[in-house]
Design a protein around this ligand. Structure first.
Ligand code: DGT
Ligand code: CA
Ligand code: CA
Ligand code: ZN
Length: 593
């Protein structure tokens, strides 16, 4: 990040979600303290705006608190507080107002239907400052004396406490965060144990590349389990040790993820890796097939049931081979028909990262990206891509500094100049064009005609009714100069649900009009997700996998996008950016007659 003050680098780096949470907490405190209402509302509005930004707040900040005021709902005072968080990692105001508030108070606010006003009364009138005390009081019928409370509200509160508990234990981590973290653990284990490790691999949902991960399951093949487990429980990222035995340990990492690590003999690697990769449903089906052949199958290997004789499988491929099945790639192991396909050797040949020849959704400093077109292009070239579509935002997206037609023409000049540089690489003139709330497009047709391709998306009015948002999108897809529909559902993992968009209808229209739908690989999006992309393929909709990168590192999004595509069973021929640009260009709606 070029414009960040160097002092900030060593401080805590606040994510959008964390900043939003802090502001919500401030609002709660203010309300509990009986502060004036508009101040409380201001913090809630700011939290909402930041949560739904869809990009790092630092990218908008660019070293100046004033820039933050472009975000609707953020005024001078709050903009300066965000700046303080970014540059110092702390907020003095929060330290001041939270003084003297018991920490348990905030847990009370997590209970459905228990708001700051109720909390204030529970605290002041009944001295209840945490969930345990509230639960006890509700069970003992001691809330009734409060004005407006009765037996019914006590029941409701007890049920609410249960709901809050369940919710708390079910937060799943995004693949984009869990995957690099797993790589870090593997590297740290290799550094600590060297030759004692014969094989190490993260299994479970991470290996299946699910969009979100419950916990990490790491397998190690080694003849020195004690050494491995000692090293694991002493890793710097360990916060707590849940459990440590002779072949298995489980830790809670600093980042809140649980990590289970199992050590096994190298001769059992194949069956163990297969078993702990799951899914459970896939494994159940596999064991039934084994039984039908007189074999039992477990993480330890096969056993011939009649003779009680063990058959070990050092390689995972051996497991499938032994059962007469085609090898099933981990991404397909969800128990949804892959085993039947493996039996008849009809599994798809899944698309791979190296099959991608270009990226059609990326951003530069011309809108809300953090790097120049030149830097982004060199980064794409270094990754082995042949073309990079620059798709900066259009004017309608003010908070992302969307481009006016005049700025677009300036950008084209820069791109033309850059393109003289390479014979083996090309920068494409793209745009991420807003579909306005009423379904009209953000640029007139004569501007749209000048791009190499046009990608459309929705960033506002995502709460429209199903009818309204579907009609809005369909209208855009029917436009002859619209080539791609980006991040179709608008979901942000753990932050925002999908819009009400009728995807079946969108798929139908996309196929009929030859509009391409996107798998956006940005860590928070993964949109289309695996299930939607699978359906899109069934219907015959062409798919593009993009990174939505705002920096060179952001191009890792291609990896996560490919992960979703593989889970969806997509092959090279289903993904348009596996084509050279010349071929892809001919397929675009605007160029096909
Ligand atoms: P997660 O952690 O919720 O994202 O999902 P997984 O798939 O990683 O599930 P996890 O961590 O509970 O277990 C890891 C793998 O171990 C799972 O994918 C398959 C295997 N496994 C766990 N429990 C069972 C079970 O009861 N039966 C069978 N057949 N396999 C199991
Ligand atoms: Ca797991
Ligand atoms: Ca686990
Ligand atoms: Zn976007």
């Amino acid at each position: 990040m070029p414009k960040q003050k160097s002092s900030a680098a060593s401080e805590k780096k606040w994510t959008n979600l964390e900043i939003a949470d802090l502001f919500l907490r401030i609002a709660d405190i203010l309300e509990i303290q009986g502060e004036i209402v508009f101040k409380v509302i201001a913090y809630r509005r700011a939290a909402d705006a930041i949560q739904h930004l869809g990009r790092d707040v630092r990218d908008l900040w660019r070293g100046d608190a004033k820039n933050l005021r472009e975000i609707p709902g953020i005024g001078k005072e709050i903009a300066e507080k965000i700046q303080e968080l970014i540059t110092t990692g702390k907020l003095k105001y929060y330290a001041k107002i939270s003084k003297g508030i018991p920490v348990g108070i905030f847990d009370l606010l997590q209970i459905p239907d228990v708001g700051p006003k109720t909390v204030k009364r529970l605290w002041q009138e009944l001295k209840i400052t945490d969930v345990a005390k509230l639960e006890k009081a509700a069970r003992a019928g001691k809330l009734r004396p409060l004005k407006g409370f009765g037996a019914r509200s006590e029941e409701k509160i007890l049920a609410g406490i249960e709901t809050a508990r369940r919710k708390k234990s079910s937060t799943r981590v995004r693949l984009g965060a869990a995957y690099p973290f797993a790589q870090e653990i593997v590297a740290a284990m290799r550094a600590a144990c060297g030759d004692a490790i014969q094989n190490i691999e993260p299994a479970g949902s991470l290996r299946r590349r699910k969009a979100t991960i419950g916990d990490l399951d790491i397998l190690v093949a080694s003849n020195a389990p004690k050494k491995i487990l000692d090293a694991f429980t002493q890793l710097p990222m360990v916060r707590d040790i849940n459990e440590k035995g002779t072949t298995k340990a489980s830790i809670l990492a600093q980042n809140g993820l649980q990590v289970d690590l199992r050590v096994l003999e190298p001769s059992r690697w194949g069956s163990a890796l297969q078993y702990f990769t799951g899914s459970k449903e896939h494994n159940v089906e596999l064991r039934q097939i084994a039984l039908a052949q007189g074999l039992s199958l477990s993480e330890w290997g096969f056993k011939e049931i009649k003779r009680d004789k063990e058959i070990l499988t050092p390689r995972e491929e051996d497991v499938y081979e032994k059962l007469g099945l085609q090898y099933v790639p981990p991404e397909l192991r969800e128990g949804i028909g892959e085993i039947a396909a493996a039996r008849t050797k009809k599994l798809p040949r899944l698309v791979e990262l190296k099959d991608l020849k270009g990226d059609l959704q990326t951003h530069s400093t011309w809108s809300d990206g953090s790097f120049s077109i030149e830097q982004m292009a060199e980064a794409a070239r270094a990754r082995g891509l042949k073309y990079l579509g620059v798709s900066d935002h259009s004017q309608g997206l003010g908070i992302a500094r969307g481009l006016t037609p005049a700025r677009v023409r300036e950008q084209w000049k820069e791109i033309d100049k850059l393109n003289k540089r390479w014979s083996d690489f090309r920068v494409l003139k793209g745009v991420e064009l807003e579909i306005r709330a009423d379904g009209t497009l953000d640029f007139p047709d004569d501007v749209l005609a000048g791009f190499d391709y046009v990608l459309v998306s929705t960033h506002s009015a995502l709460k429209q009714t199903r009818e309204k948002i579907t009609a809005r999108v369909v209208r855009a897809l029917e436009h002859p100069l619209v080539d791609i529909f980006a991040h179709p559902t608008g979901r942000l993992i753990n932050e925002r649900e999908e819009s009400a968009l009728d995807l079946e209808e969108v798929f139908r229209v996309a196929k009929a009009t030859g509009t391409i739908l996107e798998i956006d690989g940005a860590a928070e999006r993964l949109d289309l997700d695996d299930a939607h992309a699978r359906r899109a393929k069934e219907i015959g909709v062409p798919i593009v996998i993009d990174s939505d990168a705002h920096s060179p590192d952001g191009m890792d999004g291609l990896f996560y996008g490919v992960a979703m595509a593989r889970r969806a069973g997509l092959e090279l021929r289903d993904v348009v950016n596996c084509l050279e640009w010349e071929e892809l260009s001919k397929r675009l709606k605007r160029n096909s007659k």
